[in-house]
Design a protein around this ligand. Structure first.
Ligand code: PLP
Length: 366
């Protein structure tokens, strides 16, 4: 008999923690009459830049735009050629690929070794490329050696940090302060999530920051002067306010996610369910806790019948999507296996010990 269903993630209780503050914020913003840009956006941008240890933060409408705007800004500055070739891990959400295409560029997918892009994979890449977009997939930072390699070769490296808010490397540097520019998503399910779509770019480069800000706001130099072909991708003022309410909770939430992942890694024991090694926890804020099974549907149905919700990150890799038909002939065996076998277990800050124990019991009983 199932007493309580354990959802993969229920955003209602998650956001209820901030309900009173959010209502206050809503009233305060409404009272200012300044509903686009303004002080709340600047406050969030400074708070988030300083949280990441970066000099600049530019709010955007979402994470996809943040990535696209970085690439367009680099072309405007002459740092990347038009139609640049961008090395990108095959194992990512399609948004990373789409940003490259929206910037008029060409994705050069690279297979991953275990999860993330590696120096070895880049070394083995025969095609030429102009830049790299690394991805901190599942919240795990791309290894420092990938950044070192890019610097050594003078190849600009950007990072898709949509899943790694707050992750810190061994030198104490945070996600958002490792690449030439980083793109965050604050999609509601992210470790730092808004109450709708939102995103941001962080960078330590002043010129790049100014150019990204212009492109995100119609390419506008001043009110009636537009020097660049920009887009409308501003961080919504209300979302900036809601994000300011959540930012102080991020480290505590991330810590809890890591504790849950450590518990799973210690207690999950089933030869039919593959796990990452303990290394998975290094430099990781565990946006996703993945396990791998050969018969995904059977496993998911088993968990569901026992009252446990799951997710998948993801089922079809970008290069196999119909939308990216020109990449469909490529093969990336590691990525394809990850996408074929991955199941994400509940791993959010409100999960109780009892619920974790239940997940372990049901997975071990599969
Ligand atoms: C790895 C990755 N990149 C980019 C994005 C795009 O973010 P958004 O949905 O805010 O556009 C996401 C969000 O799902 C993501 O997970």
């Amino acid at each position: 008999m199932i007493s309580t269903y354990i959802p993969y993630l229920d955003l209602q209780p998650y956001n209820n923690r901030f309900a009173q503050q959010d209502l206050k914020t809503f009233k305060e913003i409404q009272a200012t009459g300044k509903l686009i840009g303004g002080e709340w956006v600047s406050r969030f941008e400074s708070a988030f830049a300083s949280y990441c240890g970066a000099s600049h933060c530019i709010g955007t409408a979402n994470g996809l735009d943040a990535l696209t705007i970085i690439l367009k800004a680099e072309v405007a500055l002459g740092n990347l050629p038009e139609m640049a070739k961008i090395a990108v891990p095959a194992h990512t959400y399609i948004a990373t690929f789409l940003s490259i295409l929206h910037a008029g560029m060409q994705p050069i997918p690279v297979d991953v070794e275990e999860l993330n892009l590696t120096t070895q994979a880049l070394r083995q890449l025969h095609q030429k490329y102009d830049a790299i977009i690394a991805v901190d997939i599942y919240g795990k930072l791309v290894g420092d050696e990938v950044y070192d390699y890019a610097r050594e070769k003078s190849i600009p490296i950007y990072c898709d940090t949509a899943q790694s808010h707050g992750a810190t490397n061994d030198k104490g540097l945070k996600s958002g302060n490792l690449a030439r520019a980083s793109a965050f998503s604050f999609y509601p399910t992210k470790n730092l999530g808004a109450l709708g779509d939102a995103g941001a770019i962080t960078t330590n480069d002043h010129e790049l920051a100014i150019t990204c800000r212009k492109i995100a706001n119609y390419g506008r130099e001043s009110r009636f002067v537009n020097n660049l072909v920009g887009v409308n991708s501003r961080l919504d003022t209300l979302q900036a306010g809601f994000l300011l309410n959540r930012l102080p909770q991020l480290d505590t939430d991330n810590q809890r996610r890591v504790e849950i992942a450590a518990y799973y890694l210690k207690h999950l024991q089933n030869s039919k369910v593959r796990l990452h090694s303990l290394d998975f926890l290094n430099n990781n804020v565990v946006h996703v806790f993945p396990v791998y099974v050969d018969q995904r549907k059977v496993f998911v149905d088993h968990l569901d019948s026992q009252g446990i919700g799951t997710s998948a990150h993801y089922e079809v890799p970008p290069h196999q999507q119909k939308a990216l038909a020109h990449l469909n002939q490529l093969r990336f065996p590691v990525t394809e296996k990850l996408h074929r076998t991955e199941v994400s277990l509940p791993c959010h800050p409100l999960l109780t010990l009892e619920q974790m124990q239940r997940v372990v019991q049901v997975v071990n009983g599969y």
